[in-house]
Ligand binder design. Structure first.
Ligand SMILES: *[C@@H]1O[C@H](CO)[C@@H](O)[C@H](O)[C@H]1NC(C)=O
Ligand SMILES: *[C@@H]1O[C@H](CO)[C@@H](O)[C@H](O)[C@H]1NC(C)=O
Ligand SMILES: *[C@@H]1O[C@H](CO)[C@@H](O)[C@H](O)[C@H]1NC(C)=O
Ligand SMILES: *[C@@H]1O[C@H](CO)[C@@H](O)[C@H](O)[C@H]1NC(C)=O
Ligand SMILES: *[C@@H]1O[C@H](CO)[C@@H](O)[C@H](O)[C@H]1NC(C)=O
Ligand SMILES: *[C@@H]1O[C@H](CO)[C@@H](O)[C@H](O)[C@H]1NC(C)=O
Length: 304
């Protein structure tokens, strides 16, 4: 009897975790309302779906399901508050987004009624319900592995182009990382003294490459953004691909780096083989395995 009562609850809980793909929610994002013209879908997860083995046209800014064709409303920007002092680090400016598996669990839906500490509407006190994704039956499940310290890390990049169609891998530069995410719903990223954007704004992108726990895919989503606060004078250097350098830090590419474009049919900028230092298959990530420093990326990202 008690088992019969317990089981459905467990199944439900696994069900919601099984769809644990993430997006970063903010009014400045593309695809906030979903992909049905004229319909405000409070339950949309269109932007949340991961990208795997797609053509470049399809994965670039989530074109495959049309998300790149649904810009934010006029005047809605992700505002990057630049550091309050005129040094490139440490940065004390920041901006905040919500990392969740569906818009339903953000403050943008249902008046925020379904928001919680974690991105699937739950308030776990012991990791993700104590689940271990390795033994999880559903291979689509790949939230951060087991606990916060195993979460691969996420990042934001910026392009000083106002139109998404003018953004290229070379002008879209990673400027901040948040190690050990996605984990909780609220995620705050540091901002260096980026230069001001053109009048019509910049284009930003959020990225994540989960480590293990399912299909080895990646995430890329677009925003209209602006730099506010103490904007800097230097310009971003052209971005080059990151490289795997966990064992040999001297082999990390430095300076302005591209986002991680991995495991696509076309347009990947990094290829790895073999095992990482934990003995797991190498999985590129916005962390030290590719030489991405924690927090704001430093001086070498700029041309003075
Ligand atoms: C990737 O897509 C190509 C073309 O559709 C297909 O031939 C190939 O098997 C796919 N690879 C993987 C790993 O799914
Ligand atoms: C989303 O839907 C709301 C409510 O209909 C509307 O006010 C807003 O402009 C829409 N946003 C976009 C980006 O279409
Ligand atoms: C974000 O910036 C604000 C304004 O400077 C500051 O008060 C706050 O402590 C910062 N938060 C984090 C998490 O850095
Ligand atoms: C999570 O905690 C918040 C704040 O205490 C609460 O409003 C919400 O109802 C909780 N959600 C769940 C699913 O327990
Ligand atoms: C997180 O999980 C990993 C892998 O199981 C383990 O090695 C590590 O000690 C855990 N960290 C914490 C803080 O529990
Ligand atoms: C590091 O770079 C050197 C020189 O390019 C190369 O020969 C070596 O294979 C690289 N090592 C690794 C582990 O990638």
């Amino acid at each position: 009897m008690s088992l019969a009562h317990t089981l459905p609850v467990l199944v439900l809980s696994l069900g919601s975790l099984a769809t644990a793909h993430f997006a970063a929610w903010h009014k400045g994002m593309y695809c906030l309302n979903g992909t049905t013209p004229g319909f405000d879908d409070e339950n949309t997860n269109a932007i949340v779906n991961p990208l795997f083995n797609m053509t470049k046209d399809d994965w670039w800014f989530h074109h495959y399901n049309g998300c790149d064709e649904f810009p934010p409303a006029e005047g809605d920007f992700l505002e990057l508050l630049a550091a309050l002092t005129l040094v490139y680090r440490p940065a004390n400016g920041n901006f905040t987004v919500e990392l969740t598996v569906n818009r339903a669990f953000t403050t943008f839906s249902f008046g925020g009624a379904r928001t919680a500490a974690f991105g699937d509407g739950q308030n776990y006190t012991d990791g993700l319900g104590g689940l271990d994704c390795i033994s999880e039956l559903n291979s689509a499940y790949h939230t951060p592995k087991q606990n916060e310290s195993m979460a691969a890390g996420t990042a934001f990049a910026i392009s000083y182009q106002s139109e998404l169609s003018a953004v290229t891998p070379e002008n879209l530069v990673v400027f901040t990382t948040l190690y050990h995410t996605p984990w909780k719903r609220i995620a705050t990223y540091g901002v260096p003294n980026l230069p001001a954007c053109p009048e019509a704004g910049c284009i930003c992108a959020w990225g994540w490459v989960p480590n293990g726990c399912g299909e080895p895919n990646m995430y890329m989503q677009g925003f209209r953004c602006k730099v506010v606060g103490k904007t800097g004078g230097a310009v971003l250097a052209p971005a080059i691909p990151p490289t795997w350098c966990e064992e040999t830090p001297d082999n990390c590419t430095t300076g302005a780096r591209q986002m991680i474009y991995w495991n696509q049919f076309e347009g990947s900028n990094i290829f790895v083989s073999g095992s990482d230092s934990h003995g797991s298959p190498k999985s590129p990530a916005y962390n030290s395995v590719l030489g991405f420093a924690e927090g704001v990326l430093g001086e070498s990202t700029y041309i003075f």
